[in-house]
Design a binder for this molecule. Structure first.
Ligand code: MIC
Ligand code: SF4
Length: 647
């Protein structure tokens, strides 16, 4: 057996482990962050369960940290009270980015972790089966439900050789993205194995599993070995170690090999994480902003590498250079060892331990600017504005380019740089507040911006509506509902945030949807890639969108659509995509009967074009029942997990 199969088998609650079949796995740990957390906990409260039923649940504040008005702070207070009341650990604002802190302080090899953030697979770097999901799926997992998914295939990624100076883990995942593209991982777990694995420490492995999210993969996984033990021991958590490996000669559904000896520094060009080139191909491009940090590359080792390159240099006058440490642990360590002083001396700007510029929460680049980031996503508008050009590369490329002012191959700078794990990480868990001892006494503060979540009625028998927008391939959730400080302050207020749907693609969309009383969205392949934000499903639903007809869907987004009662339909014959145009009226009759009877094909009539085409309804039996009920919360209200749900 490969390692992914072993971990799934050890947690299997129901189902048959054949690729594509619905399985359910027991959830040991959950994590949430503040941008998805408020909805998730509102839903958790609706289940009526009085205490989380997981081994460990942690609520992080790391996204909405600007506090430009009262709303973010209100969300923080709500999340802190909920955590105290329901048995959840609370990681305070300033304590760090959820994935980085979870890796440092909580992740355990061989456990399952489900998180309301698409980069939850970060902890796959320590050998946990870590999966990103919508907030509602996390809410019911906290209430004791297993996590349901289709059994993925497993792709073995064999690493051979050793990285050369100036070439890093970021280049490994960029190489995987170059080969597979942003939809190449859909339906797969990527399992890394082979002799090259031993040369990578846990933070490097986690960079790779983190950015596996950009492949659309269910998750990515490394074995748990001596390097894992070493990391845990230096975090003062050695008892959490257990060795985990695939069986000798384990089989994989697909395989690829990457020779680390021959890898070069790579860079993802605007506007997609898979637009990968060699750094040498774009070297010399002038850069206006360099930003190091994010859950992909903000570990102690990453930052020390940056310091080693920057030390003794000044950042170029045209470049605004920022650095966000991934955690308070990292920040304290670089403060104590003097590296922070070197950074400040170089002219770099030090930001909080938080997501920051990664999701456009501050540091929005200038109009037309080139921004080089050690982050994981560069979809249009992701930086907080669509009028700039974002490149993604390793911290080493970022540091070298900050010095020269142009995209620069870091190898000449990195030759002498050798950073390894510290003998001991600085352990100070005072930023993590344990749950209250007397939960009954906790009064939950709810700010006026925290609004109830709209729900849908049970599935209607008939859908008729205009095509409100026709989109191409790889539409990300950043396209559907943009990132940025303005929208992030509205995460707890669905009516308000819904005003931003498709803002950068079609500024009239919201008006049109309202005027038409809702309708249908038509899209190409991999619709909804990227973030796990449920808002990208709830807000269109709130505007009356009843179905999405696409060539294919990204995993988390499809689940979110079903969870909120929006019908995800896939063109049975992709050439029909070319026939359905904007403003055509689409009609589906006998819908409840089709969904109930497990029909796999649904006839869709395009009344304007005068044709009928077939659309695939690729849903499990459970998802059909969820759709019929009008969404997951109504559905669980009918089951034993959540007897008290009422809407
Ligand atoms: C992201 O990186 O896109 C986010 C912001 O962390 C999201 C979650 C969100 O939208 O709140 C994610 O990755 O799931
Ligand atoms: Fe935060 Fe960026 Fe990571 Fe999302 S990808 S969790 S916004 S650091």
């Amino acid at each position: 057996m490969n390692l992914a199969h072993k971990l799934i088998k050890g947690h299997l609650a129901s189902g048959n482990m054949a690729p594509g079949e619905e399985i359910a796995i027991r959830v040991d740990q959950t994590l949430t962050q503040d941008a998805t957390g408020t909805l998730s906990y509102l839903q958790f409260e609706a289940t009526g369960v009085d205490r989380v039923r997981t081994q460990l649940s942690v609520s992080y504040i790391d996204h909405n940290m600007l506090q430009a008005d009262f709303r973010n702070a209100d969300d923080h207070a709500y999340l802190q009270d909920i955590a105290a009341k329901y048995g959840i650990y609370f990681s305070r604002p300033g304590n760090g980015i959820c994935h980085q802190v979870h890796l440092e302080r909580f992740a355990v090899p061989g456990t399952t972790l489900v998180g309301s953030d698409s980069h939850t697979p970060t902890c796959g770097g320590i050998g946990a089966l870590a999966i990103g999901a919508g907030g509602l799926d996390v809410a019911i997992a906290m209430a004791g439900s297993p996590y349901y998914m289709r059994m993925p295939k497993v792709m073995g990624v064999e690493l051979t050789g050793r990285l050369r100076p100036g070439v890093t883990a970021k280049d490994i995942i960029l190489e995987v993205l170059r080969r597979l593209t942003v939809k190449g991982g859909v339906g797969y777990i990527l399992e890394y194995f082979g002799p090259g694995v031993a040369g990578l420490d846990v933070p490097a492995r986690s960079t790779i599993t983190n950015m596996g999210a950009e492949l659309g993969a269910t998750t990515s996984l490394f074995p748990s070995d001596e390097r894992t033990r070493e990391y845990l021991q230096r975090q003062g958590r050695e008892p959490a170690y257990r060795p985990l490996a695939p069986d000798r000669g384990a089989e994989y559904d697909a395989k690829m090999t990457i020779d680390l000896d021959t890898l070069e520094p790579l860079i993802a060009c605007p506007d997609s994480p898979d637009a990968v080139k060699r750094v040498s191909e774009v070297a010399g491009t002038p850069v206006d902003q360099v930003a190091v940090g994010s859950c992909t590359n903000s570990s102690y080792v990453d930052l020390m590498e940056v310091v080693a390159i920057l030390k003794g240099h000044a950042v170029h006058p045209r470049v605004s250079t920022t650095l966000s440490p991934g955690s308070r642990q990292v920040l304290q360590m670089i403060a104590r060892n003097g590296a922070l002083a070197d950074l400040v001396a170089s002219g770099a700007r030090i930001l909080e331990s938080a997501c920051g510029p990664c999701a456009g929460i501050g540091q929005v680049p200038a109009h037309g600017a080139v921004s080089l980031r050690s982050f994981n996503r560069n979809f249009p508008g992701r930086s907080g504005d669509p009028n700039n050009h974002v490149y993604l590369a390793s911290p080493a490329v970022c540091a070298a380019s900050a010095i020269t002012g142009v995209i620069t191959d870091p190898r000449p700078y990195a030759e002498a740089v050798k950073v390894s794990l510290p003998e001991r990480f600085l352990v100070d868990d005072s930023g993590i507040i344990p749950p209250a001892k007397d939960p009954a006494s906790v009064e939950v503060r709810r700010g006026p911006n925290i609004k109830p979540i709209p729900t849908r009625e049970p599935l209607p028998g008939r859908i008729e509506g205009e095509v409100l927008i026709k989109l191409g391939d790889n539409i990300s959730t950043d396209h559907i509902l943009p990132a940025g400080a303005q929208t992030l302050a509205l995460r707890s207020n669905v009516p308000a945030i819904s005003e931003f749907v498709f803002r950068y693609l079609d500024k009239d969309f919201v008006q049109r949807a309202k005027a038409k009383g809702g309708g249908v969205i038509v899209a190409g392949a991999n619709y909804g890639q990227g973030s796990s934000r449920e808002h990208a499903a709830i807000s269109p639903m709130f505007l009356g969108v009843s179905a999405i007809v696409a060539k294919s869907f990204a995993r988390i987004h499809r689940d979110n659509l079903v969870n909120y009662g929006v019908l995800p339909l896939a063109f049975a014959d992709e050439s029909d995509y070319g026939r359905v145009e904007m403003a055509h009226v689409l009609r589906i009759e006998g819908l409840t009967r089709l969904v109930e009877s497990s029909a796999e094909l649904v006839p869709v009539t395009d009344a304007t074009a005068g044709l009928t085409f077939q659309a695939k309804l690729e849903l499990t039996e459970r998802q059909r029942r969820i759709l019929l009920a009008g969404g997951l919360l109504r559905y669980v209200g009918q089951t034993s997990i959540a007897p008290k749900v009422s809407f």
